[in-house]
Design a protein around this ligand. Structure first.
Ligand SMILES: [Mg+2]
Length: 547
């Protein structure tokens, strides 16, 4: 068995063991490096029978030499890395091929899709929700001193209602080693293992998690963490599920009562971003003969005030933003909209009332409330694959439409800044370092079995792990100091949020108007080098170019 083990380890060195030992379980991905050393089965068999420790020592010394040489190369960014092509921060990225020529109907969500907000909005929502919790739920008065920390949360975190932790998960549902917070305190790997057993979230544990995915998620995650921290500091007993329930209820109140809407409209310069490019995009679509509709959960007065503000510098004084759309539906109650059978109601914008007449057609210039997908399709006759819907919310804007057969475009504002960071030489440098360390760790793990590990081995392992941790921290803090990037884990692989985007969005980009950079007839296709399964090899077209 020992000989077989050595044979295997000498021919193919897989980092899967590294990950498994660190608790990644079945989450292993690529990094399979083939060792070119010739096989010496007989010699090894003799070594196993006699003094294999000297052979182990030789191999460890070789890896040590490689590590020392690598550390020298870590001193400066290699020229080749600087020449690597950059990704476009305003690009459209494709999960499923999309021929824009086939798209006849463009649908849009409003908040965080057509409307771009400044980070001031998160502070406003946080403050309004906090006040509601103190005034209505009798949370301690001291909570009024809490301040929103924009550097703490990211989109796509999970709150564990049982244990009170905020978690960042990777593509495979495992907790990020540095992405688990109890209140505002980061938990160690040992603490995570103590609570969850392993870092992988099982099916039962997953039932207790709530995803924080929409545009309230930043304020929500921060407020939850601050309140948990307050209870911990004050040594008060609490049930973590009640904290979620109360914060969520307060946030919903801020939204549904119109408190946030009125706050935004009272000072639009502070919260909304003007956007002439959006008008160009919508007008271009109309000129191309496309149909446009707006489908939002927000009330009409809020959308109207926001659109007027965003487009006022570009729209002629006689024009109305409403003329850009064939159908405008407000208070749509997504995601129930996609499955319910609620009737549409015609909304009187002057009197702020709903008409009683049956809606069996959509008239230009009119505003409609409520409704459902079934009626929408019956009235418009717009068929599934010719419709694309743009939205920021995973479940309200992407999952529902994608299940209904519409094509989907995810609008994720953070994408732009994250691509800029990933384009930076210093980030790519750290990523390359991490790959080298992973390869060395893979070699080291394959050298000797657990029960024969020498002091030399342990020392090298410790140093490699230290370097690995340092590199991961460097990469993480370039994005967000608490949770790192939205789309990436600290090792540069995909996060759970990225998994959802991959699942429900045909394409994704940072803003709808990025489509102006492409022809309206463009065929948007998956890049040649994308691979989900690590064993798939993609051959680059540069093979021909370099001939
Ligand atoms: Mg939205």
């Amino acid at each position: 068995m020992a000989s077989l083990r050595r044979l295997v380890s000498r021919t193919s060195i897989s980092l899967s063991r590294v990950y498994c030992n660190l608790g990644f379980g079945g989450t292993c991905r690529s990094y399979n490096a083939v060792n070119s050393a010739p096989l010496k089965l007989e010699e090894d068999t003799r070594a196993e029978m006699g003094g294999n420790s000297s052979l182990d020592t030789d191999e460890i010394a070789k890896i040590r030499q490689e590590f020392d040489a690598a550390k020298q190369s870590f001193l400066k960014i290699p020229e080749a890395l600087k020449g690597m092509p950059k990704m476009n921060p305003q690009g459209i990225y494709v999960n499923k091929n999309l021929n824009l020529d086939n798209i006849q109907v463009y649908g849009f969500d409003y908040d965080y899709t057509l409307a771009h907000y400044s980070s001031n909005l998160q502070s406003l929502i946080y403050d309004l929700a906090k006040e509601y919790m103190v005034n209505e739920f009798r949370y301690p008065e001291i909570c009024m001193n809490f301040r929103y920390d924009k550097d703490f949360p990211i989109r796509g975190l999970y709150y564990d209602k049982k244990n009170g932790c905020l978690l960042k998960l990777d593509f495979f549902g495992s907790i990020e080693p540095d992405g688990c917070y109890y209140g505002r305190r980061k938990l160690s790997l040992n603490e995570i293992k103590h609570i969850y057993g392993t870092r992988h979230i099982g099916r039962d544990q997953a039932r207790g998690l709530v995803g924080l995915m929409d545009f309230f998620c930043f304020s929500e995650a921060c407020l939850i963490a601050d309140i948990v921290q307050h209870f911990v500091d004050a040594k008060l007993e609490f049930d973590a599920s009640y904290i979620y329930q109360d914060v969520n209820c307060a946030i919903q109140h801020v939204h549904r009562s119109g408190l946030a809407h009125r706050g935004i409209l009272s000072d639009p310069c502070k919260y909304l971003v003007k956007n002439g490019q959006l008008l160009h995009f919508l007008r271009m679509l109309r000129e191309k003969g496309k149909k446009l509709f707006l489908l939002t959960n927000s009330p009409y007065y809020f959308v109207d005030g926001g659109m007027d503000f965003m487009l006022e510098d570009s729209l002629g004084c006689r024009d109305s933003w409403r003329e850009l759309f064939d159908v405008v539906i407000a208070k749509a109650n997504k995601p129930e909209f996609y499955t319910s059978e609620h009737p549409f109601r015609c909304y009187d914008t002057e009197r702020d009332t709903l008409a009683f007449t049956k809606v069996d057609k959509f008239l230009p210039g009119r505003i409609y409330y409520h409704g459902c997908l079934k009626s929408f399709l019956q009235i418009t006759k717009w068929n599934g694959p010719e419709v694309i819907y743009f939205g920021d919310h995973l479940f309200s804007d992407l999952r529902g439409p994608s299940k209904a057969g519409w094509r989907t475009a995810a609008i994720i504002h953070e994408l732009e800044s994250e691509i800029r960071i990933q384009n930076d030489d210093s980030y790519r440098f750290e990523q390359a370092k991490l790959h080298i360390i992973h390869e060395l760790l893979g070699k080291l793990y394959s050298t000797v079995a657990n029960d024969r590990r020498s002091e030399l081995y342990r020392l090298l392992l410790e140093e490699l792990n230290e370097e690995r941790q340092k590199t991961r921290q460097e990469m993480k803090k370039m994005f967000n100091k608490s949770f790192g990037a939205t789309f990436l884990t600290d090792t540069g692989q995909e996060s759970a949020f990225a998994y959802h985007i991959h699942q429900y969005a045909d394409v994704y980009t940072s803003k709808p108007e990025n489509f102006l950079l492409y022809s309206p007839e463009a065929w948007l296709h998956v890049p040649f080098d994308i691979k989900i399964m690590p064993h798939h090899v993609k051959v680059p077209s540069t093979l021909f170019k370099n001939q």
